[in-house]
Write a protein that binds this ligand. Structure first.
Ligand code: THU
Length: 124
């Protein structure tokens, strides 16, 4: 997963922030899907690496996330933004999420830790 996330990060399209993010999502079938951030001149149209990884899985018929890795070259492990947490919550209640910074430092967290009291389609 780390190798896939690193490789995906190489394809980051981030000319505005210069902040390259790579993600890898493994699903129940054991398949690993990469993602990278894709920015836009209209900044709000930017899509994060985590969400492109989820989309990559969906496009390939997989809807069962099991774990995610997120990698940047920042000086500390970077956690997914709120929108990405919510998008992950659409497809799972909880998964481990490994955050890796530019020095290889790791922080293991989880979706439940990052997004407690989730709002989901079962709430209405
Ligand atoms: N970004 C991600 O890809 N994932 C996150 O969880 C946080 C932010 C991207 C979006 C944008 O391309 C750049 O990082 C700076 O915000």
């Amino acid at each position: 997963m780390i190798a896939v996330a690193k490789k995906a990060r190489e394809n980051s399209y981030s000319p505005y922030s210069k902040f390259e993010v790579g993600a890898a999502l493994i699903t129940g079938s054991g398949t690993i899907f990469g993602g990278c951030n894709v920015e836009n001149a209209s900044y709000g149209a930017t899509v994060c690496a985590e969400r492109t990884a989820v989309g990559n899985a969906i496009v390939n018929g997989e809807r069962n996330p099991v774990a995610m890795v997120i990698i940047t070259d920042a000086d500390h492990p970077i956690a997914p933004c709120g929108i990405c947490r919510q998008v992950l919550a659409e497809f799972c209640d909880d998964i481990p999420i490994l955050l890796i910074d530019g020095s290889g430092n790791r922080r293991l967290t989880s979706l439940i830790e990052l997004l407690p009291l989730q709002f989901s389609g079962e709430d209405f």
